[in-house]
Design a protein around this ligand. Sequence first.
Ligand SMILES: C[S@@+](CC[C@H](N)C(=O)[O-])C[C@H]1O[C@@H](n2cnc3c(N)ncnc32)[C@H](O)[C@@H]1O
Length: 315
Amino acid sequence: MTPTRRASLADLPLSGGGKKWTITSARQVLTETLRQAGIDSPEADARLLIAHALSLDRAALTTNSERLLRAEEIAAIDALAARRRKREPVSRILGQREFWSLPLRVSKDVLVPRPDTETLVEAALDFIGVARDRPLRILDIGTGSGALMLALLSELKNATGVATDISAAAIEVARGNAKHLGLSARCGFVVCDIAAGVSGPFDLIVSNPPYIEHGAIAALDPEVRDYDPALALDGGPDGLDAYRAIADEAPRLLAPGGRLIVELGAGQEPAVRALFTKAGMTVADARPDLAGIPRALSASLAPQLRHDQDAMRPA
Ligand SMILES: C[S@@+](CC[C@H](N)C(=O)[O-])C[C@H]1O[C@@H](n2cnc3c(N)ncnc32)[C@H](O)[C@@H]1O
């Protein structure tokens, strides 16, 4: 018998009470309980969690909608629902997130890559233009899951890269993703502070550094505050610590004619522009994300600085 009364929080867990559940009725109740728990996308989350618990894709979930669930399937749904009600993001529960159409594994040690970060990939590909077949050298500072580096390598078939992270556990996740996507042969991984010990020159340097002001972290959504690693969020007292370190390192690492592209937090463009300009770089307008927020800031070596760098390079 499927439940007919209005769903409420009391309907979870689904197990116990001896009720029979179909996929549809479980979806309805889970959607409603997630909504009541204040979750923004309850319908999509319920669908994804149930599909994951049952190992079914979206189409199979629909075609099997009236199938009765077995006790162990109900228990599996309950376990996932309990995690989501504690505000654990769905991608963390599933252990996977798509970025630039690439399936990436995510663990507790890496930021779940965000759609806004795809703005950096777009900016990088615009900069490269028609020269996509060149053997470009790319550096990704603070690679996390490897999202930026792997998206770029998937587009630029002759490029090679170095990806850094201060977290050894994050580097292991990025390395695993590179292997899974068949991109390992073109990417090295280094555990280090920013780019210490890495030598250039690089045609392209990308970074989505930690940029949240330390004091603002407590007010973030629980999905972010409680589940993204602190190392991936905390940009120091004013949110700009990592940009300062990148500004110090980029002139040493950029090839003449190369480009540095960093992700910005909302409202950070003027401060980061000033830091990069002070470091001797020429800064372009930031590329906005889909919400119109300046998101990807590009900089290159100013001509005089480029001249000095060339003079320092062995003949
Ligand atoms: C905002 S996350 C970005 C992850 C990934 N690039 C993405 O866009 O999804 C920032 C990453 O920088 C790393 N990180 C923080 N401080 C660092 C430092 N001083 N040097 C290198 N990596 C650092 C964190 O461990 C984290 O993986």
